[in-house]
Design a binder for this molecule. Structure first.
Ligand code: PFF
Length: 486
């Protein structure tokens, strides 16, 4: 017996959930630094052009495929395509791998939020950011417990369903995130020396001329970085938009929705930059670590430590903000797997039990997350697959490239590095040459009726998206494997 599929309560609810999936750690710890390092305002313009020419068409395509088939990612691709149906499997595997480390990072946010809450009202800081972080990574049991707590939080939301769980969480979470972000921005921008952070972020060439980085990256490398950041940040090629689209009503405007999600994600990334970089640079100048886990868990914790009695308050608000951003992304990733299994049960004439399925998915994620958590970003000497496997000979010397130094690197390399760009490339081939752009255009309907819009969509899917995805793939391979193409 099959059951009527759920749907979003409203278009705004869907939008907030889609924005929630897009806004995540990538916006806070990667975008601002990449922007500063790769040319400031120039990078921003390149990013925006790519977001319009690659991000929007990809998002429209994914939403249309989901809504047309009314199925999660595996079912949707199989239903539409004979040759490319298997890419649905890529799009369920990569969310699982990403969840393996996203969950652990989410657990770290809970731990830091608790640390700051415990110090509320006091001007005390028993340890520096570096000491706290090192202590957290090597306390395997503690980190695992916080990872577990984060997973339970996700489970409680996911089991509530599309409308009663995901939509409900994002309806509160997204506006709250925006308010907290504004609070932190005001604090950050009013610190003495904050303007230096703004210059780093917006002025082309400033990062090099003021000693933050050694040299400007080349144009192709900037394109590849911006492209990679753009599609990770927009949660593309991960089955999320197909999955979320499959719960959308037939009369919603897919084009407008895609533009709103892309715009909101970019605005939040810029706001995150205003929240973190001025504070980090005002306090530590060129010594500040401005990217990745070190930015969040070392530099910024040190910034809060220097703020006196109000420091823990801003710290608690900030880590709660990052936690909300992470949770709204990881519930989207989890929903890809849950929807796939629910559909699978449905297609076999059974009624999928969402609670049970969510529990199973969480249990599988826990296995991966346990390994990542115990590894503690490589602090605990755990064996890591493919560690220093790549070697090459330069000037007669054999060199090893340590491309997966930690379990987080390994999972990230497989998912973000290889599967996501490959999945996006194949999706553009599938739409362009097998199911044809008309399938998507027909599903979107009136908003894409104008001849020039249709022509633009075809050019984007047939030429621009594949070209950018090849560049991104090369860029990711060069980042992860240390190969220099450009
Ligand atoms: N978009 C999220 C971020 O910027 O952190 C991360 C992410 C979530 C990537 C979901 C991919 C994804 F499918």
């Amino acid at each position: 017996m099959s059951k009527k599929r759920e749907s979003w309560g409203s278009n705004v609810g869907f939008l907030l959930a889609a924005i929630g999936s897009a806004v995540g750690l990538g916006n806070i710890w990667a975008f601002p630094y990449k922007m500063g390092r790769a040319g400031g305002a120039v990078y921003l313009i390149i990013y925006l052009i790519l977001a319009v020419l690659v991000g929007v068409p990809m998002m429209v395509s994914e939403l249309a495929i989901g809504r047309k088939t009314g199925l999660g990612v595996v079912g949707a691709y199989h239903k539409l395509s004979r040759r490319f149906g298997w890419i649905g499997w890529l799009a369920v595997l990569s969310p699982l791998l990403i969840l393996g480390f996203y969950t652990v990072l989410g657990g770290y946010c809970i731990e830091y939020m608790c640390l700051n809450l415990a110090n509320l009202g006091f001007d005390r800081h028993a340890a520096t950011g570096q000491e706290l972080f090192a202590g957290m990574l090597t306390n395997q049991f503690g980190a695992l417990m916080f990872t577990f707590l984060y997973l339970i939080l996700g489970y409680l939301i996911i089991k509530g369903g599309i409308k009663g769980g995901i939509e409900r969480f994002n309806r509160v979470g997204m506006p709250a995130l925006a308010i907290m972000l504004v609070v932190v921005i005001v604090r950050s921008l009013t610190l003495p020396g904050a303007v230096e952070g703004l210059k780093f972020m917006f002025l082309p060439g400033y990062a090099v001329s003021h000693g933050y980085i050694a040299e400007n990256p080349g144009f192709i490398s900037v394109l590849a970085t911006a492209g990679g950041q753009m599609f990770f940040s927009l949660s593309l090629a991960m089955g999320i938009m197909v999955t979320y689209g499959s719960y959308l009503h037939a009369d919603e405007d897919l084009l407008k929705n895609s533009v709103v999600v892309v715009a909101a994600d970019t605005i939040v990334a810029l706001m995150a930059g205003l929240a973190v970089l001025p504070a980090a640079i005002a306090t530590y100048g060129t010594q500040a670590k401005l990217n990745g886990p070190s930015l969040l868990f070392v530099t910024l914790q040190d910034v809060f430590n220097t703020m006196g009695a109000v420091g823990p308050l801003f710290g608690a608000v900030f880590y709660l903000l990052v936690l909300v951003a992470a949770v709204s992304s990881s519930i989207a990733l989890t929903e890809v797997l849950v929807t796939f299994l629910m559909d699978h049960a449905n297609l076999r004439g059974k009624v999928g039990d969402r609670r049970k399925i969510s529990l199973w998915v969480s249990a599988i994620v826990l296995v991966l997350a346990t390994i990542v958590s115990i590894d503690g970003l490589g602090s605990n000497g755990l064996w890591v697959p493919l560690k220093e496997q790549l070697s090459y000979v330069q000037e007669g010397v054999v060199r090893y490239v340590p491309f997966t130094e930690t379990w987080l690197d390994f999972l990230d390399c497989l998912s973000e590095g290889l599967m996501m760009p490959l999945g996006a490339l194949l999706l553009s081939f599938m739409v362009s040459w097998e199911i044809k752009p008309e399938t998507v255009l027909h599903e979107v309907g009136t908003p894409m009726q104008a001849a020039w819009v249709q022509r633009a969509y075809r050019v984007c899917m047939r030429v621009i998206v594949p070209a950018v995805m090849v560049l991104v793939l090369m860029g990711q391979i060069s980042d992860f494997f240390g190969l220099k193409w450009f």
